[in-house]
Design a protein around this ligand. Structure first.
Ligand code: GYE
Length: 347
């Protein structure tokens, strides 16, 4: 049975501090005073609304540490948490946007521990560097659910489970799609020059997609990876890197974009450079995520194929927490089902 919670809520400069027990309230208050003057502190963006102590005592307090707002996928993912982990659904969500900086995430997780949240939902920016802070969470007895991206830690018990996509499989699907497409176009003997716009280096999405595609590439004697560079999953950076690729390599046949926003950036760069691309062009465009805007680009023939990555993880996180609350076991890895879209499947 859930402990009776006595919470003291302090709001200073949009930073919310909550605790279940009065003895630690004084300590938290002092930390709040210190941190409110600290500019690098990630702010709570108001996902949790102030509530009375009485009204929140039976709610499940969940600290959600989100990567940032770098892409359309991320916005959909954040919306999914907001729509699912609601007060009406039994939650008191505390949301922290790390603005693509791991140090902000580590601080957010530490604050969640201080606030004695019931669960931490962590979408880790990169895979490494989590042992220390997650050991603190473990010692505090707070279950950590990894959502979207995963981590590499010495002790697998530092997290309860990971809910996300099989990114390596996504990369392999892209490779297999290209293989089939080139065969249909009678280009399976031709030397094929490829460039890749990679996501945030060290993130599970980047590592998996890069490795998966590389596995298929290794089996093709005629495919050449000219260069891979990170565009940080961001449109502007994707455009910048593509401009550099276009200037450096006059004979690109394929651009692999590890997310849709970088594909939009690459498209902008190719248009500005007056290069033809997509369905009837010289440069084949592959992308990942399959956001609404990108599927429109597939329909227009600007993106040849887009490999789905499902951002709607809120319901799975909810289901997992409810199972844990009921004392049930959960799978250590839960992959979301995914497909791909090209001109033949988009309809
Ligand atoms: O592909 C990208 C986002 O981790 C799956 O992160 C996620 C990736 C997604 O910024 O658009």
């Amino acid at each position: 049975m859930r402990k009776l919670i006595c919470r003291v809520q302090l709001y200073r400069n949009n930073v919310e501090y909550r605790t279940r027990n009065l003895s630690s309230a004084v300590l938290i208050w002092c930390i709040a005073l210190l941190l409110s003057g600290c500019s690098s502190m990630p702010g709570t963006d108001g996902m949790a609304s102030p509530d009375s102590v009485g009204n929140t005592k039976d709610l499940i307090v969940v600290g959600i540490s989100q990567v940032g707002s770098e892409s359309d996928w991320r916005l959909a993912n954040t919306r999914s948490y907001r729509e699912t982990l609601t007060e009406a659904n039994g939650y008191y969500p505390l949301f922290e946007d790390a603005q693509q900086k791991q140090e902000n995430q580590v601080k957010a997780v530490r604050n969640f521990i201080l606030q004695e949240v019931d669960y931490i939902v962590l979408d880790p920016i990169v895979e490494t560097g989590w042992d220390a802070v997650l050991t603190e969470a473990k010692e505090a007895g707070i279950p950590v659910i990894l959502s979207d991206r995963s981590i590499q830690v010495e002790d697998e018990e530092l997290y309860t489970c990971w809910i996300g996509s099989d990114f390596k499989e996504e990369g392999k699907s892209a490779g297999r799609w290209l293989q089939d497409y080139l065969k249909k176009e009678n280009r399976d003997e031709e030397e094929i020059h490829i460039v890749t716009l990679q996501g945030t280096l060290g993130s599970t999405a980047q590592l998996g997609r890069t490795k998966g595609f590389a596995q298929i590439l290794k089996e093709q004697d005629n495919w050449v990876m000219l260069e891979q560079q990170s565009g940080e999953f961001v449109q502007a950076k994707g455009k910048e890197v593509m401009e550099y690729f276009l200037k450096s390599y006059p004979d690109i046949d394929v651009v692999v974009c590890e997310n849709d926003n970088m594909a939009f950036g690459a498209i902008d760069a190719m248009k500005e450079a007056h290069r033809s691309f997509g369905k009837n062009g010289e440069i084949i465009v592959l992308s990942f995520d399959a956001t609404d805007a990108a599927l429109e680009a597939v329909k227009r023939g600007e993106i040849n194929a887009d490999f789905e990555c499902n951002p709607l993880l809120g319901p799975l996180v909810d289901e997992t927490i409810k199972k844990l609350e009921a004392g049930q076991a959960v799978e250590k890895i839960q992959y979301v089902k995914e497909t791909y879209y090209d001109e033949t499947t988009i309809k």
